[in-house]
Design a protein around this ligand. Sequence first.
Ligand SMILES: *[C@@H]1O[C@H](CO)[C@@H](O)[C@H](O)[C@H]1NC(C)=O
Ligand SMILES: *[C@@H]1O[C@H](CO)[C@@H](O)[C@H](O)[C@H]1NC(C)=O
Ligand SMILES: *[C@@H]1O[C@H](CO)[C@@H](O)[C@H](O)[C@H]1NC(C)=O
Length: 446
Amino acid sequence: MLTRVVLALCCVAAALADTPANCLYEDVRGTWTFSETERTGDHTINCDELGPIAHTKTFTLSFPNVAKDELNNEGTWTMIYNQGFEVNINERSYFAFSYYEGDMDSAVSYCDRTFNGWSRDKTVRNWSCYTAQKHNTTTPRMTHNLKKASSTQLYKNDHKMIEEINASQSSWWAKAYPQHERYTVEEMIKRAGGHRFSLPKPAPATQEQKDRVRLLPENFDWRDVDGVDFVSDVGDQAACGSCYIFASMGMLEARVRIATRNQRQDVFSPQDVLSCSVLSQGCDGGFPYLIAGRYAQEQGVVAEECNPYTAKDEECDTDMSCSRTYVSEYEYVGGYYGACNEELMMLALVETGPLTVAFEVYDDFHGYSGGIYHHTDSGNGFNPLEVVNHAVLLVGYGVEAETGEKFWSVKNSWGGSWGEEGYFRIRRGTDECGMESAAFGATIIP
Ligand SMILES: *[C@@H]1O[C@H](CO)[C@@H](O)[C@H](O)[C@H]1NC(C)=O
Ligand SMILES: *[C@@H]1O[C@H](CO)[C@@H](O)[C@H](O)[C@H]1NC(C)=O
Ligand SMILES: *[C@@H]1O[C@H](CO)[C@@H](O)[C@H](O)[C@H]1NC(C)=O
């Protein structure tokens, strides 16, 4: 029964999926009416059809992350990129994707309303469906060609660009990866994130944050904390846009290891999320906040064997007898989307464990083979892969001994033979490619 319901949800999500919505903070900030059905469902609830409305709530969402109801009870809210928003108030949590019509070629976002979303209490037992309508209307926003270069031609390494990268600077170096030529240009775009939207600017650091950072070690890495490694092996997402799931599972795997001092060394199933979550757009992308956060809190994650990775959007056939691992809390670093910065990332990394991060992948990044990456203008300005947002796992930071260059250490999901054994380092402190804009962490229940 459970399987069948989840399956039905999965296919609807695939239809709504790939969301081309482009809703901004200012569109969502304001007063909303939430129309909610009876609170009689459980975690298998199907919100395709809304059903009779039993509760009508008025929530005012204001700067920076304060939500209030009509009685002035306070809660919090956050954007999830430009795709939707979550409200946590009165012991309930609400999430819905922002409404749009159209597809990745051409869409109109109506940011003053949502698709049907999911509401449940904090204990995740008592579920309902809802839809939200903003009191003040927003101007519909058009988007075009979100997936311009959907070329089915095979990707070719750009040897000239690789030489240029090596010649133009000495911070990092590139090489040609023969395995990339197995993929089409479209698949390479998916591997790099698939979605394309601008990331927020980091929030300015306060004096208190700077003072706390001064007490941290100069170099830190969860792969080597006094000789102990808490990070699981590097995965390979293959031709599927599942980076956000690999980053999410990598964070949960590391955090289980940290919480149990390596007594548990789980490897979680990305395919379970890919096939079974209504909060994911499958191989077309998604968001760690909704996966390592909301999905892991609501449905839990399972071991890889319970649904082995196929790198394809498939029907949900997770072995439902498998035990599930949950998270208790989750939040963007800083408390909401838009509050992140270098200092808070360093503190959260050391104090709580690896974090998912997003950054912009430019063409030059694919050939990265070592060193401290920063975006170069190499490659004739020709960029067949366009700029996309890629989710990865932050595991450490440091300062290069010879040059004094500050860096982040990051786990990618392009296999262990890419970069520095599957990892890369990237410039720190300058929001390189948006790296310091949207880090995210969840608290595991081991
Ligand atoms: C959910 O909570 C409401 C009160 O908010 C209660 O009336 C209802 O019985 C609960 N439903 C379930 C399934 O626990
Ligand atoms: C909403 O609209 C009303 C009336 O047009 C206006 O006075 C108010 O400032 C608007 N509120 C916001 C948050 O834009
Ligand atoms: C670039 O430099 C790296 C490291 O020195 C080297 O392995 C690679 O072969 C070089 N590639 C080219 C095309 O110069």
